[in-house]
Design a protein around this ligand. Structure first.
Ligand SMILES: Nc1ncnc2c1ncn2[C@@H]1O[C@H](COP(=O)(O)OP(=O)(O)OP(=O)(O)O)[C@@H](O)[C@H]1O
Length: 253
C-alpha cells in the first residue's frame, strides 16, 4: 500500500434486497493521484461512489478519508470534510445565472449549509463573486457567466458543475462520467482542464466509460465487474490484463 493513502475503502459490501452490488471492495487512493474506476454496465461503479459520498450506507465495511471515518456521516458532512462530487446529471438552478450557480456552493461551504436567503444577498458577495469568476475562467465559461444556467448546452452544464465543485476547493473530487454526452472537442477540453487541476495536487476518483479519457488521466485504475474489483494497477498493467479484456475491454465497450 502506498504510504500517502488519503482515501481508504475497506472491505465494503453493499446488498440491495439480495443483490450483491458490491463485495469485498478494498481501494486505496494516494494523495494527488487520479484513480479511475472502470467496468461494464451494472458493475457497481455508481454504487461505490454513492457509498464514498454518504448517499448510500454500506452493508459492511468502512470508508476513511485522511484518518476520518466517513461511513455513517451525512452527505453534507462529508462535503464539509472536503469531498465534492460531479454528478452524471448536473444538479443546478436553471433559472439562475451561471455565476450565481457557482457562487452558491461557495457560500454554502462558508456558512456550513445552503440557505434560501443566500439568493437575496448574492450580489453583495463581492469576494465570492470574484472567486466564481476566476473558476469560470478556468473552466472556459467566463463569457457565459451571465447566461441562465438552464440555457447552457449539455457540455457547458457539466463544465459549470465542475466549477461548482472546484470553487469549494475540495481535497478529493469524485467525477461520475464527466465527459458523458460531450463532443470529442469538449471531451478533450475537459481532459486538459482535469490535467490542470491535477497539477494543483487535487486527488480525484473518476468513473468513466470513455477509454480515451481514462488512459489520458488515470494514474491507477481499478476494474469492477459483478461488484468485485477484478484487477487494479497502472494503466498499462490494466490494459494488458486478460481478465480485464474479457470482462470489459473486449466486451460491449
Ligand atoms: N437503489 C438500488 N436498488 C436496487 N438495486 C440497485 C440500486 N442501485 C443500483 N442497483 C443495482 O446494483 C448494481 C450496480 O449498479 P451501479 O449503478 O452501481 O452500476 P454501474 O457500474 O454504475 O453501472 P452503469 O455503468 O450502467 O452506470 C446493478 O445491478 C443495479 O441494478
Amino acid at each position: 500500500m502506498p504510504d500517502n493513502v488519503v482515501l481508504h475503502v475497506s472491505d465494503v459490501h453493499k446488498n440491495f434486497a439480495g443483490l450483491h452490488a458490491l463485495s469485498d471492495i478494498d481501494l486505496q487512493v494516494a494523495e494527488g493521484q487520479t484513480h479511475a474506476i472502470i467496468g461494464p454496465n451494472g458493475a457497481g461503479k455508481s454504487t461505490l461512489l454513492n457509498v464514498i459520498v454518504g448517499r448510500l450506507a454500506p452493508s459492511r465495511g468502512a470508508v476513511v478519508f485522511d484518518g476520518t471515518v466517513l461511513t455513517g456521516r451525512k452527505p453534507y458532512e462529508i462535503n464539509q470534510i472536503g469531498i465534492a462530487r460531479v454528478f452524471q446529471t448536473p444538479e443546478i438552478f436553471p433559472d439562475l445565472t451561471v455565476l450565481h450557480n457557482v457562487m452558491i456552493p461557495a457560500l454554502s461551504r462558508r456558512d456550513g449549509a445552503f440557505r434560501l436567503n443566500m439568493m437575496r444577498t448574492l450580489d453583495s458577495e463581492t469576494a465570492i463573486r470574484q472567486e466564481a469568476e476566476d473558476v469560470l475562467a478556468d473552466v472556459g465559461l467566463y463569457e457565459r457567466r451571465l447566461a441562465h444556467a438552464g440555457a447552457l448546452s449539455r457540455g457547458d452544464k457539466r463544465r459549470m458543475e465542475l466549477a461548482m465543485c472546484l470553487i469549494q476547493k475540495p481535497r478529493l473530487l469524485l467525477l461520475d462520467e464527466p465527459t458523458a454526452g460531450m463532443s470529442r472537442h469538449d471531451t478533450n477540453t475537459t481532459i486538459e482542464l482535469l490535467k490542470k487541476i491535477k497539477s494543483r495536487g487535487m486527488t480525484k476518483v473518476i468513473i468513466e466509460h470513455d477509454m480515451h479519457v481514462v488512459f489520458s488521466l488515470a494514474d491507477r485504475i481499478s476494474v469492477l465487474a459483478g461488484g468485485r474489483i477484478i484487477a487494479e494497477g497502472m494503466p498499462d498493467e490494466v490494459r494488458g490484463d486478460p481478465r480485464v479484456r474479457e470482462a470489459y475491454l473486449g466486451g460491449a465497450h
